[in-house]
Write a protein that binds this ligand. Structure first.
Ligand SMILES: CC(C)(COP(=O)(O)OP(=O)(O)OC[C@H]1O[C@@H](n2cnc3c(N)ncnc32)[C@H](O)[C@@H]1OP(=O)(O)O)[C@@H](O)C(=O)NCCC(=O)NCCS
Length: 188
């Protein structure tokens, strides 16, 4: 079985063509470029530079076999809670379970650092991301009206409880295994 602790700085994963690592300063220009292709309200380069120095922030990037940056995601760990800040996959690399790998890798990192629950907000009309979070146990808890400044869209606030439970750890392990199998079946 592969070691699914995907976030070690210098450790490529056993995940077929995708490697997942911690984001470092050298990555942020590419991350900001990808962000502009994926987010209507993209963060600035400076915002990412600040996050690199933020001790509660944890960011992962995903690179394809040829080294192209194909995704990133991040969260803040505050006490025993993980607060997701963003997650995105390049439009050209979607539906390859990269978003799922990033989400599960961040959650696993959180569990290994004492996190018991996780939260995020998602645009009400972003059914793709909402599906991803529902698939991995997040539940709708509340709505923040007119939250997004570009179009006044509502934000759905989601929470994942009990993420350190044996059942959820097994869910993460199984999710990674399925992503492995998907890669093996779909990578030439
Ligand atoms: C949301 C996002 C990160 C998903 O990344 P991805 O790598 O394409 O997604 P995955 O291949 O890992 O899919 C995982 C799950 O997400 C959901 N999903 C992904 N694409 C979907 C689609 N087009 N339609 C419906 N559900 C979808 C499904 O539940 C899927 O599980 P499945 O493969 O068993 O059906 C990506 O679409 C993205 O970057 N969107 C723009 C940025 C964004 O909205 N970020 C979230 C901010 S809250």
């Amino acid at each position: 079985m592969n070691d699914h602790r995907l976030y070690e700085q210098d450790a490529p994963t056993g995940f077929g063509p995708i490697t997942i690592r911690h984001m470092v300063l050298e990555d942020i220009e590419e991350v900001a470029r990808l962000e502009r292709r994926s987010n209507a309200l993209p963060w600035s380069l400076n915002a990412y530079a600040t996050e690199i120095g933020n001790t509660v922030a944890h960011y992962l990037i995903a690179r394809d076999r040829d080294g192209t940056l194909v995704g990133y995601g991040g969260m803040w760990i505050v006490m025993d809670e993980a607060h997701f800040t963003n997650i995105a996959v390049d439009p050209s690399a979607r539906r390859r379970k990269i978003g799922e790998r990033l989400l599960l890798s961040l959650l696993q990192y959180g569990v290994e650092h004492g996190t018991l629950r996780a939260t995020l907000e998602v645009r009400e009309r972003n059914k793709v991301a909402h599906n991803l979070y529902l698939k991995h146990g997040f539940e709708d808890v509340s709505v923040r009206k007119n939250y997004y400044s570009d179009n006044q869209e509502n934000a759905v606030i989601m929470w994942l409880e009990n993420m350190a439970s044996p059942e959820y750890c097994e869910h993460m392990r199984r999710g990674m295994e399925i992503a492995d199998a998907w890669d093996a079946a779909n990578t030439p």
